[in-house]
Design a protein around this ligand. Structure first.
Ligand code: FES
Ligand code: FES
Length: 164
């Protein structure tokens, strides 16, 4: 099938790619763009390992066609680090709280946490759990992940850094 040219912004960088209309955004990111933080898990939209932010909403990139990304703005975990490669506060919090073990699920959880940590609303632990309910972890037991998200949100709020 003929490839089509799409233009999108990913992690702040305007990007052009020729994509097969049947290709998933996950494959475009991992294979063509080498953004390997986005993990290949179930491939059917159930595990959340491939979660990315598209125009401010989280999506499973394994069931999102690459051609749908035309004109969109995408964030992956690579986009959370500073230009010098320093971890963001939520990444550091996952380390400090012991919220990552094998790490396969971690990038998906980090992206799914963005609507929480970027908001100045208050969230219960139940609301945080609901926000990341599409992300599965087979190692950590979830509590440390919820702790990391909750502490990052609360710290940002105390410092006036979350604004939505
Ligand atoms: S790999 Fe996409 S949801 Fe599991
Ligand atoms: S840290 Fe291993 S699956 Fe979550």
């Amino acid at each position: 099938m003929a490839k089509q040219l799409i233009t999108f912004t990913i992690n702040g960088k305007l990007t052009e790619s020729y994509v097969d209309p049947r290709e998933s955004l996950l494959d475009l990111m991992r294979v063509d763009l080498k953004l390997t933080s986005v993990k290949h898990g179930c491939d059917v939209g159930e595990c959340g390992a491939c979660t990315v932010m598209i125009d401010g909403e989280t999506f499973d990139s394994c069931i999102y066609l690459a051609i749908w990304a035309d004109g969109k703005t995408i964030i992956t975990t690579e986009g959370l680090t500073s230009l010098e490669g320093e971890m963001s506060d939520i990444q550091q919090s996952f380390v400090t709280e012991g919220a990552t073990q094998c790490g396969i699920c971690t990038p998906g959880f980090l992206i799914s946490s963005l609507p929480i940590i970027e908001s100045d609303k208050d969230f219960t632990r139940e609301e945080i759990k609901k926000q990341v309910s599409g992300n599965f972890c087979r190692c950590t037991g979830y509590q440390n992940i919820i702790n990391a998200i909750e502490k990052t949100h609360d710290k940002r709020k105390a410092e006036g850094l979350n604004h939505k």
